[in-house]
Design a protein around this ligand. Structure first.
Ligand code: NAP
Length: 694
């Protein structure tokens, strides 16, 4: 039998021996074997640390993000190849879409995150911290890529998404990966890795693949590495307690079993749109991917007076599910990933039967089309009923990783919250309700025990991404039984692969290190106005201090008339007794506009293309008629921009994008006593010198 390749130390290598046979889940025929026997696991990690890590570390976030985008585009071109393999795991086209395009979508999302990051190999975290009265000593936090490797040990259910959602994050952070998919579906992961390697988009050593056992891989990790695990709680516990992981303080992120629940609000009656939404969502969660989703609904909580109606509606919905060969277009639910998984689910259902009864489906019989249920790993959806959820333990403890859920009654939202927590921590929970009160009570009461909560009603159901979809920009993970880990979550995710270090020093020194101007750092006063400089000519810290401008009562009154902002504090005739002010005070927006009048240099065309916003604008001291203001205006941060294809929503000159970058400016507004009355960061787009558009 042909063997899968392991992509390690820059080569495709077959493991020794015959390997473990992997089967087509639909017809039971062996398709390939997997072996990692004989691999040098220490060398795999060393290769990642010595080759992949330095190559990724020296790239900036922008470069890594573009690399991810190129990878996503490349894989998208080859997606049909992956679909054609994926059905062998029992997955329908929709199941495969989640795995394949959901995974590639993760690469795209992480690629886009580069826009929130600097064009540097590192980034700052949070705000500057003042540490001294004289402003000569400050603190900040810096994030640098770890010097190790991300080791991802994945579950069998999403062999592509499981890899891509994780490597997207570590690659953006600048850390290479070793991926060990669950063996049973590793042929799909292998197919994608082959395409990734052929594309030559990633640097050598950025990605390695092990198909088969992880051997003694974990005995060679160190404190610069990160291990992530997705799978069962029992394996997770074993790996987490590995002496090397404990001894070397290796970060270990675990995503494990989860008894996710869905709650029907007490307000929802048959006939309401939310009723249909609930039935549809439960059915979807039970049958998509044949219930082999870490987020699938295992526990269904229903107000006790609606148990019968909900049971009947769900039974009718499940009866309409066509099960069989996923290649047949009529089929809505395929098989489990293999015979081993079917046996496991049956065993788990037997445990659930200690306190529940089956009200729909069967452990032995299933009607399939275009397939043979005796050789394929098919199982009917199984709906159980448990009438005593407050005392029964099984429905809250036993995870049957297949199309299996248990309906349970509850009395009021408080009880629903209590029951939801009996799962001892889950990845996600949903409440379907039209009542703001129910939703608020549930979310605030249940949040401690769930990594994500979806509140579904008629307003959002159509566009909702659903109960079961972890999203790249939202955190995925859950407390307790769900493993206590956290993945994805946009920028939050990449921080798992970056070392956060507090740095202290003078503002000028921290500016030099971080390449971001820090308040109170020494600026570079120049005779040339910074607006006359092209992007490349600007240096962080380039600074001007403007003339003074006297603010008059007439100015304030005219600004009130011009803007229509006649707030009492800006009116001359207001009685100021009992107000925050002594007399007519200038509008903050007027002061900001007057500031622009002082710092903008602009009668002639210059490289500044436009001003597109203000961040962190604060007014810290009132400006009264008779005060004079002046501005210290400093180049704070620069990020080059990529050239874009023509589109109506970006800045073009003469119909074409031009080379340019974003420049942030730190604006400090002083009064005549040199006290700060306001600060802001303004954002401009500045042309590059090599642009021929003028
Ligand atoms: P599993 O049996 O625990 O296996 C998970 C991974 O661990 C596989 O890659 C497996 O490799 C590997 N593994 C097992 N023993 C190992 C060892 N001693 N050293 C190193 N690696 C080892 O889980 P599964 O059956 O694949 O997946 C089903 C479970 O995963 C369910 O319980 C489900 O709830 C959970 N899950 C959770 C999430 C989540 O995000 N929370 C997502 C998906 C699935 P082999 O395949 O080679 O044994």
């Amino acid at each position: 039998m042909q063997k899968l390749g392991n992509y390690i130390t820059g080569k495709w290598i077959e493991g020794d021996g015959e390997g473990q046979l992997l089967y087509n889940a639909v017809n039971g025929i062996p398709i390939v074997a997997a072996s990692s026997e004989g691999l040098d696991f220490a060398a795999i990690l060393q290769f990642a640390r010595e080759k992949g890590n330095p190559a990724l570390r020296k790239m900036t976030f922008q470069e890594r993000g573009r690399m991810l985008r190129a990878l996503a585009q490349h894989l998208m071109q080859h997606k049909e190849k992956f679909y054609s393999i994926s059905y062998q795991s029992g997955a329908t086209r929709i199941d495969s879409w989640i795995d394949i395009e959901g995974g590639i979508g993760n690469l795209f999302s992480n690629a886009s995150l580069r826009r929130k990051l600097p064009d540097e190999t590192f980034c700052l975290d949070g705000d500057p911290i003042t540490l001294s009265k004289g402003n000569s000593f400050m603190g900040h936090h810096i994030l640098v890529p770890k010097e190790g490797v991300a080791v991802h040990i994945n579950a069998y259910n999403f062999p592509i998404w499981g890899m891509l959602e994780k490597i997207a994050v570590n690659l953006l952070a600048g850390v290479p990966a070793v991926v060990k998919p669950a063996t049973v579906t590793s042929y799909l992961t292998e197919a994608v890795v082959r395409e990734i390697i052929l594309s030559k988009i990633l640097p050598d050593g950025a990605l390695q693949l092990i198909c088969g056992s992880a051997g003694d891989l974990l005995s060679h990790v160190n404190s610069q590495d990160v291990v992530t695990f997705t799978g069962s709680a029992s394996t997770g516990l074993k790996l987490k307690s590995n002496p090397t992981i404990l001894g070397e303080s290796v970060p270990f992120n675990m995503e494990a079993d989860s008894l996710n629940c869905m709650v029907l609000g007490t307000d929802v009656e048959p006939g309401m749109p939310e009723w249909e939404i609930f039935i549809k969502e439960v059915k979807k969660e039970m049958t998509v991917k044949a219930g082999q989703k870490c987020t699938a609904v295992r526990r269904i909580f229903v107000p006790e007076n609606k148990i019968e109606d909900v049971s009947n509606a769900l039974i009718t919905a499940l009866e309409n599910t066509i099960i069989g060969n996923p290649l047949n277009e009529k089929v809505r639910m395929g098989s489990l990933a293999g015979e081993g998984q079917r046996l496991e689910v049956r065993n788990q259902v037997q445990k659930l039967l200690a306190s529940s009864q089956i009200i729909y489906g069967s452990l032995t019989d299933v009607a399939v089309i275009d397939a043979d249920e005796k050789v394929g790993a098919f199982l009917s959806p199984i709906l159980l009923l448990n009438n005593h959820p407050l005392t029964a333990e099984e429905p809250h403890n036993v995870e049957a990783f297949g199309p299996v859920s248990t309906i349970m009654p509850y009395k009021n939202i408080e009880e629903a919250i209590y029951l939801s927590k009996k799962g001892k921590g889950s990845l996600c929970s949903s409440i379907i309700t039209a009542s703001h009160k129910n939703a608020k009570e549930y979310v605030l009461g249940a949040a401690t025990h769930h990594g994500r909560i979806l509140v579904l009603n008629n307003e959002c159901a159509k566009e909702s991404t659903g109960h079961g979809s972890p999203l790249p920009l939202l955190v995925h993970g859950g407390p307790g039984r769900a493993g206590g880990g956290e993945e994805m979550g946009g920028l939050r995710g990449i921080k798992h692969y970056l070392q956060r270090t507090a740095i202290q020093g003078s503002p000028t020194m921290i500016t030099a290190i971080s390449n971001v101007y820090q308040p109170h750092a020494t600026g570079n006063i120049d005779t040339i106005h910074p607006f006359k400089k092209h992007f490349e000519q600007l240096n962080i810290g380039d600074q001007i201090v403007t003339e003074k401008r006297l603010i008059t009562s007439e100015d304030i009154t005219r600004f009130a008339d011009l803007s229509g902002d006649h707030f009492y504090a800006h009116l001359i005739n207001t009685d100021f007794n009992g107000t925050m002010f002594e007399q007519q005070v200038a509008h903050g927006y007027f002061i900001m506009s007057a500031a622009a009048g002082l710092f903008v240099e602009g009668y002639e065309k210059n490289p500044v293309l436009l001003n597109y916003g203000i961040d962190e604008l604060r007014f810290t001291k009132p400006v009264y008629p008779g005060n004079s203001i002046y501005i210290r205006f400093t180049c704070k941060e620069k990020t080059a921009q990529e050239m874009k294809e023509p589109s109506p929503d970006i800045a073009f000159v003469k119909g074409q994008d031009i080379p340019k970058g974003i420049v942030k400016w730190y604006v400090e507004i002083f009064d005549e006593s040199d006290e700060i009355t306001g600060v802001a960061t303004i954002l401009t787009m500045v042309q590059m010198k090599n642009s021929n558009v003028n």
